[in-house]
Design a protein around this ligand. Sequence first.
Ligand code: SF4
Ligand code: SF4
Ligand code: SF4
Length: 579
Amino acid sequence: MEMVNIKINGQAVSVPSNYTILEAARSVGIEIPTLCYLKDVSKTGSCRMCIVEVVGARNLQAACVYPVSEGMEVLTNTQKVRDARRINLELLLSNHDRKCLTCARNQNCELQKLADELGVTDITYMGERNEYDVDEVSPSIVRDNNKCVLCRRCVSACKTIQTVSVIDATERGFKTTIASPFNKSLGEVPCVNCGQCIVACPTGALREKDNTDDVWAAINDPDRYVVVQTAPAVRVGLGEEFGYEIGTPVTGKMAAALRRMGFDGVFDTDTGADLTIMEEGTEFIERLQNGGKLPMITSCSPGWIKFCEHNFPDFLDNLSSCKSPHQMFGAILKTYYAEKMGIDPKKMFVVSVMPCVAKKFESGRPEMEVNSLRDVDAVISTRELAKMIKESGILFNKLPDEKFDNPFEEASGAGVIFGATGGVMEAALRTVVEVLEGKSFDKLDYEAVRGTEGIKEATLTVAGTEVKVAVVSGLGNARKLLNDIRDGKANYHFIEVMACPGGCVTGGGQPIVDSSIRMDIDLKAKRAAGLYAEDASLPVRKSHENPDIKLLYSEFLEKPGSHKSHELLHTHYTARSKF
Ligand code: SF4
Ligand code: SF4
Ligand code: SF4
């Protein structure tokens, strides 16, 4: 890598020639404030918060987009720079609702943090203010433009990363706003509810639809039997809300907290993930051996499913018919578990804690019920769970580690890694390869499908047959891969698709990490590492060896792909309009 020599605040620095001033300053411990910049997502230089003096240049320059060059001299901390940044921020705040105390992002807001760091103690400019209706139509996402700073990070997430493009800046000047086509609500356009716009937003302008009151109401109702299940990725996100290092698994404390909040049953969606592998693996083998539709594509990610329904209806037959793990597990809780425990399933209320806001939409789909009983009654995000734990007065860090309830006390390691991109494929391969080969293997780690790259491929020889697999995360990558398949440029037997870049660990319902922290770490890799560590620590690491799953089949479902399995655990999809 070619290096260049520059000076920042008089300090001589040697940095790669492709760095921006922002990256160069950060590499020597100088922080420059940002707002519209988000590493790997958005880089427009439009908010003017990162302006610096470049000696010889006429105007102040935006450090996030200005490239370094040999001999450059940069000043990041002059009075001129500080004054200009503060004026820009005060102008933003003059057209902002500033209701921090009741805001979803209070104490985790980059705008609030900037006001503090830049020493804004008064609002100097008291001009006209835009007022907008809050958009609450979507089952997953709430949009409040009164808190928007027009940084366009959400637009980049939706348009560039996810290639969904249902939000953009409209109008001009003071009237500029972020909106959907024809000013429709997010619930009325082909938004796939992935929530990547929420985790990109520096303020409270985008948030999940809050379902915590529904959950409290169910817990408070003495006639309800309320059970909760937690998705794999939640355990490596939740701790961040309580001061743990990013990616620290807090599985035992999470189970303990849920019990103390008043849930009657505390379960792990990882068991649902093991069940998914049994059903999906069987479906794949059946398609492979009997000339079924290939490539088979996973169906765990509801954002991906809706994207496929809107944009690739010709691939709907390629999707696995399996419901996602939490929907499968909800159906099992209301049948097998209810029967075993002597509970009236009509009184049972199933809550799913998910790293994902698209699951809120998914649980409300008409297909997701059996005998007029919804599989899942409420979905809350990791962030909402953290909020409920805090409301309960539970000192999370002081909790003991506890186990999930019996039955289904411990899922396999294969179920745990579902939360990382490549995890579903690896879990499926651990089972499918052993079933096809007819023997057990010690080697369980499929390194080729691990890692945070957006598109991964591997070719395996299984029982004499070549099996080509691909793993995709992020909808822009999914679009590219499917277009390549359509054009005959790529061909696979089995594909894993996750809507969110990095998979569920960085889903739209996970704790929101400040952009300055995201500059220094690989968030996807850090959270995924927590899941792989938990997988490696477990005694059972293959779905088909999970004793609770074996019992479930022998006592209730009979065998994977049985009539009963199809009734409870499988579904179908609907082609939807592109606009
Ligand atoms: S978005 Fe930030 S600054 Fe605005 S009201 Fe919410 S917490 Fe306060
Ligand atoms: S939820 Fe996803 S698809 Fe919908 S607006 Fe946000 S980024 Fe776009
Ligand atoms: S909604 Fe959030 S991310 Fe989008 S432009 Fe407004 S402040 Fe930025």
